[in-house]
Design a protein around this ligand. Structure first.
Ligand code: CMX
Length: 466
């Protein structure tokens, strides 16, 4: 279907008129405007916008930095620019101002599907605009066309011992893609700073496009589930990822992946994976190097690896208290976790102070597709019990579940039972948010990140007699 758009003078000459509305004239064009073309229009305006913000507010303070914040993991320190999403402690995430239910309603869907296509979410993260179905489809096609891995990257994955954690394999393969980085090459050839965003965009598109083949190859190598099929160029990104993992014939699983990638894509800029990508990118390391670093942060148990930890914890709980335990047994098990000095995985958050809407979206998916699944019921039971236990324990500032408390149970239901792989799927999704910000950082000429650090001795001296 032809899309409608406002054309530049040169584009106008090549097009046939369609209709006018007010002072705007619209023309039908055979091809939808590409994401790169739209970005090229938006970037000069955003550069002016940022200039104006800095001119008017540049010298104003956000507030004070306390010594507790310096020792306390910089919680709440307002120090980063991140345009794709903003996280509110009570409400949860908004992608370019849109909540998860709004994204579910507004973003393009696959034919017959009801979950948003991550293609549309990427467009939204980059432009702040909801794309047309044709534009989302053009991204599916573009990513399918870029999906092939260099042979040596396939060999790196194939040579990994199956005992090497899938996240380590994932980060190695992503880092190795820097071999063909358009940005690194252009930089060596002396590209002007104003042009940085173009090759960063190309690398980011290549990065996202190649992740399904990397993830699929790791999954099949480690868990021995046979030969990798080819990418289907007529299908969307999530279908191809599901198919490479061996689940292409399960439509509900493909739908789950569409939702999964959308909700895991971005969670503003301060979380470990997002911030690491931005930090490393600020040294003008290309998107493959920057996102490889993100993945190493995501692989930590307090961040993305928590989805693996949750399933391990649930399995242990099930083996101790049975599949349909009493509330009392569940409570005892949670207390035993806390009393042995461990965290309850999937609960708590550095910013959120309410149930994570990413948890709620997955719960609603489960209610629709697997309401009678015993593991889903166990997760629901824990939801009714764990917050009170955590409140009673009195340490966690947020006793509510986060995204990782639910994802593993959904994947397990469809047969993806290998929990060591779960963080790889989080990683595929997180590329969308990190890549979008890397492109904007290069477009806006973001400088090298270099905050100031102090020793404890220096801090003591600074406040002596104060
Ligand atoms: N179980 C037990 N104790 C917890 C807890 C939990 N789920 N959440 C927080 N606490 C403890 C902290 O370990 C900390 O203890 P200490 O004072 O002994 O160090 C105390 O409560 C205060 O922590 P907080 O300010 O509430 O939380 P933080 O901002 O420091 O940490 C997070 C946030 C997510 C690391 C923490 O809640 C946690 O460890 N949760 C379990 C792991 C998890 O689910 N991580 C995934 C988060 C989402 C993601 O990034 O994917």
């Amino acid at each position: 279907m032809a899309s409608l758009r406002v054309l530049s003078r040169s584009q106008f000459r090549a097009s046939a008129p369609c209709f006018s509305r007010g002072s705007l004239r619209f023309y039908a064009s055979a091809k939808p405007q590409t994401l790169k073309e739209r970005l090229a229009e938006l970037i000069p305006k955003e550069i002016e916008n940022v200039k104006a913000i800095k001119a008017e507010h540049g010298k104003k303070a956000f507030g004070q930095v306390t010594v507790d914040q310096v020792y306390g993991g910089m919680r709440g320190l307002p120090a980063l620019l991140w345009d794709g999403s903003v996280l509110d402690a009570e409400e949860g995430i908004r992608f370019r101002g849109k909540t998860i239910p709004e994204c579910q309603a507004l973003l393009p869907k696959a034919p017959g599907g009801s979950e948003p296509l991550p293609e549309g979410l990427f467009w939204l993260l980059l432009t702040g605009e909801v794309p047309t179905e044709a534009q989302a489809k053009s991204l599916s096609e573009d990513w399918a066309a870029r999906a092939t891995l260099p042979e040596f990257v396939e060999e790196i994955i194939d040579r990994c011992p199956p005992t090497l954690h899938p996240m380590s394999q994932f980060s190695m393969a992503v880092t190795a893609l820097n071999h063909d980085s358009a940005f690194a090459k252009a930089y060596q050839e002396g590209i002007s700073k104003k042009e940085y965003w173009g090759p960063t965009f190309e690398d980011s598109m290549d990065l996202i496009a190649k992740l399904p083949n990397i993830a699929g190859r790791i999954y099949r190598n480690v868990f021995g589930s046979g030969k990798l099929p080819a990418i289907d160029k007529t299908k969307d990104y999530s279908y191809n990822l599901a198919n490479l993992l061996g689940f292409g014939d399960k439509e509900a699983f493909v739908e789950l992946l569409r939702l999964y990638i959308t909700i895991h894509s971005d969670h503003e800029g301060g979380n470990v994976s997002a911030h690491t990508g931005k930090l490393v990118g600020s040294a003008l390391s290309d998107p493959f190097l920057a996102f490889g670093a993100s993945l190493n942060g995501l692989a930590g148990p307090l961040h993305g690896l928590a989805n693996q930890e949750v399933l391990l914890w649930l399995m242990k709980m099930k083996s101790q208290v049975g599949e349909n335990p009493s509330d009392e047994k569940v409570k005892e098990y949670i207390w035993s976790t806390l009393n042995s000095g461990q965290v309850v995985p999937g609960y708590g958050h550095a910013v959120l102070r309410k149930t994570d809407p990413r948890y709620t979206a997955q719960r609603e998916f489960a209610q629709k597709h697997l309401p009678d699944d015993p593991m889903f019921k166990l997760v629901g039971k824990i939801y009714n019990i764990a917050p009170d236990v955590l409140l009673e324990a009195g340490k966690a500032k947020n006793p509510w579940p986060n995204v990782d408390a639910h994802s593993g149970v959904l994947l397990t239901y469809y047969g993806l039972t290998q929990m060591q792989f779960y963080t790889v799927l989080f990683g595929v999704s997180r590329a969308f948010g990190v890549a979008a910000q890397l492109i904007w950082d290069r477009a806006l000429g973001a400088p090298l990140e270099r905050p100031k650090s102090y020793s404890s001795e220096a801090i003591k001296k600074m406040f002596a007699n104060k």
